[in-house]
Design a protein around this ligand. Structure first.
Ligand code: 5GP
Length: 114
């Protein structure tokens, strides 16, 4: 059995609208979108938080960003603008302890965020 909610989504054990997948990375729509486009990009490897990333994960973390940019282009928000977010730990709002990159766009996004 898979370890986390997002591992279960990556394994197809819990349904989600998958937008991209390969041997290392899966991207799927957030179930509770905070913007017209809200996609989560995750490594299949169940790294709990950004704090747990190791030097050997550097390539994987870089690929998360590359996939995020591809998704933004495909979703039509690359030029209008989008935000990528990694919440690290509960104080920053992390609720699922499987590393994930939020890709948000399709509406004006204020900065700084609330
Ligand atoms: P966090 O708050 O940990 O940074 O982000 C977790 C995200 O996962 C939230 O935006 C939440 O809406 C999303 N989420 C939680 N459970 C599910 C689920 O079962 N399916 C999908 N697709 N997204 C989920």
């Amino acid at each position: 059995m898979s370890e986390t909610l997002f591992s279960k989504i990556a394994a197809g054990e819990i349904p989600a609208e998958i937008l991209y997948e390969d041997e290392e990375i899966v991207a799927f729509r957030d179930v509770s979108p905070q913007a017209p486009v809200h996609v989560l990009v995750i490594p299949r490897k169940p790294i709990p938080t950004l704090n747990a990333v190791q030097p050997e994960d550097a390539h994987l973390i870089g690929r998360l960003l590359l996939v995020a940019a591809q998704i933004a282009a495909r979703e039509g928000i690359a030029e209008s603008g989008y935000r990528t977010v990694i919440n690290c730990n509960a104080g920053a709002g992390q609720t699922v302890f499987h590393l994930h990159l939020h890709v948000l766009g399709g509406r004006p996004l204020n900065w700084p965020p609330g």
